[in-house]
Each structure stands twice: as C-alpha cells, then as structure tokens.
Design a protein around this ligand. Structure first.
Ligand code: PLP
Length: 418
C-alpha cells in the first residue's frame, strides 16, 4: 500500500464544497495521492541525515553549534526597516504589484549597477524584480530549456540549479569545480555533443560553496563558448558584495559581449542581511529578461511593493554599514581559519562569501567527517558532497553565527582528535 493516503471524513466539508464523488457523500474518501515523477525522482534531502543526528544529539543535552546554513545573523539595517514600516502603511502598496517589479525599484537597481560595476542597464527592458534570487534561478530554465535540452551546472553548486533544470524537463550536465582549476569549470573539457544540445549554463562567482572568484578572462571564454554554441548564460551573483581586503568581485555583465548572451541574478539577501524579505533582481540581455518575465507573469504576482521600496532604500544607500558587516564576517573567518590551521586542515582563505570551504582529513569522506564532528565536538558543518559529487572530500562552514559561537566552535575544532 502507498504511504500517501488522504482520508477525508468530514461530511460537512464534503457537502459544503459541493463535492460529487459518491465516496465523499458517504463521508469517506480514501484515495491515493501520487506525486509527479519530477518530485518523486528528486534526490533524497541531502541534509536530512545530519538534521536527524543533530536533533538526536541535542536531545542528549549537547550544546550543538550549527555552522551549516548561510543566513546572516546580523540584522537588517534600521533605515531599511524604517522604509518598510512607512511603505507598509500606505494602502497604495497593498494591491497586487507589477509582475516584473516597480519601475522605481528597477531604476535603483540600474543606478546601483552603474555605480558599482560601470554597466549601463535600461530599467524598462533589462531588469526584472525577483522574489529573492532563488525564485528567478528556479524559474529561468522554464524560459530557455526545452524538454531534453542540456543545461550546464557547476558541481559542487547551489542545489537549485540542477533541480530547476529537471523541473523544466531538461538534463543537467555537471561541470566539475576542482581545486586544480581554481574551482572554475574546465570549459575545454565539455564535449561538443553536449554543447550541441546545451541551451543554458549556470555559473556562480563568488562561488558557493568553494568561495572561488572568477576573473575577466574566464568570463570572456564563457561568452565565446556561449556565442558559438548558442546558449544563455545565467550568472548567479548573490555574493559579489561580500568580499574582503579590497577584493571587488566582477559582474558578469561588465565583460564585453556578456549582454549578448547573459542574465545575472542579484540578491539583496546577503548584501543587506535581508534573507527573510525575499527580494532580488535579474539583469541582462533584454530578450532573456523578457523570457524570465513572461514565466513570472504566469506564476507569481510580483514582490510586495513595500519590500521593493525598502529595497530601493537599501540600494540607494548601498554602502551604509556594509564595511562594518563585512568586518564582522572577516574577523570570524580569520578566527575559524586559525583553528583549521591548528587542526592541520587545508583550505584556501576566502576572499569573498561568508563561507569557508576546507578539506576533510585524509582517510575520511565528507559525511563521515561531518558525522564525527557532530558526534564528538557538537558542531554542524555541511558535508561537501551535499553540494554534488565533486564536493566530496570537503566541508563548508558558514560564519553567519555570533562571533562568540564561532569562537567556541573554533576551540572545539582545535581540540577535536582527527
Ligand atoms: C549561490 C546562491 N544563490 C542564490 C541564493 C538565494 O538567495 P536569495 O533567494 O535569498 O536571494 C543563495 C542562498 O543561499 C545562494 O547561496
């Protein structure tokens, strides 16, 4: 018998809804709910086992330090909260918003792009507001990937890329991100018969989880490959603003030719500590932006205007408090890296993102290491294989937890017997 049985036995509900199945009139509706293949075939929730173990250990009374999720602990700046408060009181902001976003929000995004990256964008046709960048990333393959098409996805990578491709009926082809290639995909190794069927490529720099950066030369090669094989490049730029020591990550769109082939996804989540607000935007080639806009028009009804107005406040005052927030992350990164040094664990010091991607000790795989660290030191890290098969041998920590907790975790790592 199937696990998924729904038993409807509320007679009043059946009658009042005027349902007409004979079984419902008898007050009993025993039916089997079947999932569509696209979710039936989803890989198992990779962090489920860690979550289960974490709860088990907490129940034993262990003070577990969870360094898994990348969700800033630093609150959203006050001026942004004030803008939301004011905007939420205005009834004009209570109606359905525009599907593709308020023009004033898109103008602020265009101004920010110009001042941060030197890229001129037409806010009317080259920018669309998103309900968080994840929303845009999850929907974009629906605009460009036909069933059976291939989409190139980084591995390890943000798990939404391959899933969104498969939801669109496409096939994700992994591009390994290896240490020896500075965690950039080896474009020359992608077979021509794969490129022939490719309609989209996902990229993400600064990269989650590896923290790697892309340089102009790499982006140029990507543009050339996209042009000669006719695919859309979707660059996820969620972490361009979380960078340290004078590092200023590139926008894909500032590289010559990018506007012909690409669309870039920006998030206000990490830059302004606004993960819960659900606001971001996509910018780039007007036909690509229009394609994503068309999908969104048929799926969602836009981002709450008061949140967009708060987003305008954030973008127009981009630098307020940003250096201070980055300094906090940097201090925590330095602190944690020191403990990795003392524990003899290898890593490259992150120049951007609030993650540290480090190698697990020899003789252990990522899951074994994560389990042992949890069981013996009470620390949750994300095993690298959770981001794809090429993440095996690594683990990721996020420094989006209080400095006090990071210090405690660092002390425990030092004492942890590998
Ligand atoms: C690489 C990457 N892209 C996109 C997102 C989504 O960010 P949001 O939907 O909050 O804009 C995340 C969130 O963790 C991420 O790590």
């Amino acid at each position: 018998m199937c696990k998924y049985l729904a038993l409807a036995h509320d007679k009043s509900l059946s009658y009042s809804n005027n349902l007409n199945s004979p079984a419902e009139y008898k007050g009993v509706n025993l039916m089997e709910i079947k999932w569509a293949k696209r979710i039936e075939e989803l890989p198992p929730y990779l962090f489920a086992e860690i979550d289960r173990k974490k709860n088990e250990i907490i129940e034993k009374g262990v003070d577990v330090i969870d360094l898994g999720v990348g969700d800033p602990d630093i609150p959203t700046p006050d001026h942004i909260i004030e803008a939301l408060k004011k905007a939420s009181e205005d009834p004009a902001n209570h109606t359905y918003p525009s599907y593709i976003g308020m023009i004033s929000f898109r103008e602020s995004a265009a101004n920010w792009y110009k001042s941060r990256f030197g890229v001129e964008l037409d806010p009317q046709s080259e920018i669309v507001t998103l309900i968080g960048s994840k929303e845009g990333i999850a929907h974009v393959p629906l605009a460009f990937v036909n069933p059976g098409d291939i989409a190139l996805v980084p591995d390890p990578g943000y798990p939404v890329y391959p899933v969104s491709v498969s939801f669109a009926g496409g096939v994700a082809h992994k591009m390994p991100l290896l240490k020896e290639n500075k965690f950039l995909p080896d474009l020359d190794s992608i077979p021509q018969n794969i490129l022939d069927k490719t309609s989209l490529m996902f990229l993400n720099y600064p990269n989650n989880p590896t923290t790697a950066l892309a340089d102009r030369g790499f982006f140029k090669d990507v543009i050339e490959l996209a042009k000669s094989n006719n695919f859309v490049v979707c660059h996820d730029a969620a972490y361009t603003e979380i960078a340290f020591d004078g590092c200023t990550p590139l926008s894909f769109l500032e590289v010559e030719g990018a506007m012909d082939v690409g669309i870039e996804f920006h998030s206000l989540s990490k830059t302004f500590s606004m993960t819960g607000w659900r606001i971001g935007f996509a910018a780039g080639n007007s036909k690509a932006v229009a394609g994503l806009g068309k999908i969104k028009t048929n799926i969602d009804s836009g981002a709450f205007q008061a949140v967009q107005i708060a987003g305008i406040e954030a973008l127009n005052n981009y630098s307020v408090g940003l250096e201070d927030r980055k300094e906090v992350y940097k201090e925590r990164i330095d602190l944690f890296c020191k403990s990795l040094d003392e524990a003899g664990l290898k890593y490259s010091k992150p120049e951007a993102t609030f993650y540290i991607w480090f190698e697990v000790p020899e003789g252990m795989n990522s899951s074994e290491f994560a389990s042992r660290l949890l069981e013996e030191a009470g620390i949750v890290v994300t095993p690298g294989n959770g981001f794809g098969e090429y993440g095996e041998g690594y683990a990721r920590v996020s420094v989006t937890f209080s400095t006090e907790r990071i210090k405690q975790a660092a002390d425990r790592i030092k004492e942890f017997k590998l």
